[in-house]
Design a binder for this molecule. Structure first.
Ligand SMILES: Cc1ncc(COP(=O)(O)O)c(C=O)c1O
Length: 451
């Protein structure tokens, strides 16, 4: 079936979608489609005219909210001026240069170089290659192991996807990239992971033992999300990253922070590296850099790493869209809005407000823990508060029921419900999200069945 023009009726949209679009992660049993046609602030509208509250920022982004005319104008102007040219070799463009300068100025002091991508998975592929190549250029040719963690999500490329710590992303796609070791995630609520020890002590000990068994001279980098997102919004103890950094430095291993979710305001700072007061060698970013208005990512690094990559005949890895001028112009306008509207501060205040609301859900037996950092929130669901046994997540899934009944879009990550709304969310919208979740959770049994 071919559709021309913009006048599609809802049934046609749905049937063409079912026939022709491969959706990630959509079980074959699900025939429902929610076809978005508009967005404004934290609101979305679908083809049937139904309104939604976007409490997930799409997939952890939409910092400045949907439908900003200012961004549309910047993109249109840039497309009329120079829509695209390559950044390979000696070529560059004024917008990519201005954006690199801006990123260096808002990032931690030790960061001084930028490698552009079009998204988070590309960024993690680049970061892993950068780490290996940095050592190679320094003559450390055996340093190719990558340390990662279970529950981690580093995108779906082969390098980043191998560092990702979930079997579902590996099974059937193998063989995955060799020389990756997964460690225990920093998930303090799951104290059973730590053999009764202080979580950080346990994790540092495990890290040191792992390095000793592989041999520091064989390890290129450790990659980690400062706060795990897809893994269930897992917040490590404040001493975790500084102590990890110390061990890695001591052993000549690079530290890669995957800040695809956390950068550009979501944790109330430009970067989570600033929140945890650490100096990663490489910081992978995407999503919030443009609030999703156009695909873009940026891998940030130090002069030490960047200069090694650029020595001799240069860094032999480039994407067609490196330094895309239209994406860079949009990113600059997006960062302007974050700055002008004080959205880093807003993330902290509205985040604290939303957390107060979510905390009231602790009166429900199935809510085990409610945690947050600024505008990353999780409600961990359990079938037994004593044992902390995870609540079974059954069909129909809780987020689907919440959306159908209330129009509020939240997401499940394992047995956690997570929220990562636009940073411009209002108090009234935060209240609506909490009420929507309560209205369904209150009818959810310890067996996961919704009555
Ligand atoms: C921490 C993290 N890294 C990488 C990615 C992959 O980014 P992308 O989907 O833009 O490839 C994601 C996506 O959610 C992410 O959460």
């Amino acid at each position: 079936m071919t559709i021309t023009g913009n006048q599609f009726d809802v049934d046609t949209l749905e049937s063409v979608d079912r026939a022709h679009i491969i959706h990630p992660y959509l079980p074959s049993s699900v025939t429902e489609r929610v076809i978005m046609t508009g967005g404004d602030g934290c609101s979305l509208t679908d083809a049937q005219g139904r309104e939604y509250l976007d409490a997930t920022g799409g997939l952890w982004l939409a910092q400045i909210g949907h439908g900003r005319e200012e961004i549309a104008e910047v993109a249109a102007k840039q497309i009329k001026t120079l829509e695209y040219f390559t950044s390979f070799w000696e070529f560059s463009n004024d917008k990519a240069i201005a954006l690199a300068d801006r990123l260096v100025s808002i990032s931690p002091d030790h960061i001084n170089q930028v490698y552009f991508t079009s998204g988070g998975s590309e960024g993690n592929e680049a970061a892993i290659k950068m780490a290996r190549y940095y050592h190679y250029r320094n003559g450390d040719t055996s340093r190719n192991w990558i340390l990662a963690r279970r529950n981690a999500y580093h995108g779906i490329g082969y390098g980043g996807g191998s560092a990702t710590g979930f079997d579902v992303y590996h099974n059937g796609f193998g063989p995955m990239m060799p020389n990756v070791r997964h460690l225990t995630p920093a998930w303090p609520y799951r104290s059973e992971l730590f053999n009764g020890q202080d979580p950080t002590d346990f994790l540092i000990n495990e890290l040191e033992e792992t390095i000793a068994s592989i041999g520091a001279e064989n390890i290129a980098a450790m990659v980690g999300e400062p706060i795990m997102g897809v893994g269930g919004m897992l917040v490590p103890p404040m001493d975790y990253w500084p102590r990890v950094q110390e061990v890695l430095h001591k052993n000549g291993i690079l530290m890669i922070f995957d800040e695809v979710v956390t950068a550009y305001g979501r944790v109330g700072e430009w970067f989570a590296a600033q929140y945890f007061n650490v100096q990663p060698d490489i910081i992978v970013t995407a999503k919030g850099i443009t609030s999703g208005y156009i695909p873009l990512g940026a891998v940030l690094t130090t002069d030490k790493v960047g200069n090694a990559l650029q020595s001799d005949f240069g860094f032999p890895m480039g994407y067609t869209y490196n330094g895309h001028p239209t994406a860079a112009a949009v990113a600059l306008a997006n960062l302007d809005i974050i700055e002008r509207e004080g959205l880093l501060e807003r993330a902290k205040t509205i985040g604290a407000y939303l957390h107060e609301g979510l905390k009231t859900l602790l009166d429900l037996e199935i809510v085990g823990e409610v945690r947050y950092v600024a505008m990353m929130h999780a409600v961990e669901l359990v079938s037994d508060r004593e044992t902390r046994a995870p609540l079974p997540m059954l069909q129909p899934m809780l987020p689907d029921v919440i959306r159908r009944e209330t129009g509020v879009i939240v997401r499940d990550c394992g047995h956690n419900l997570v929220l990562s709304p636009p940073l411009i969310m209002t108090e009234a919208e935060a209240d609506r999200a909490v009420e929507a979740m309560r209205s369904v959770l209150v009818r959810t049994g310890k067996d996961g069945v919704i009555s």
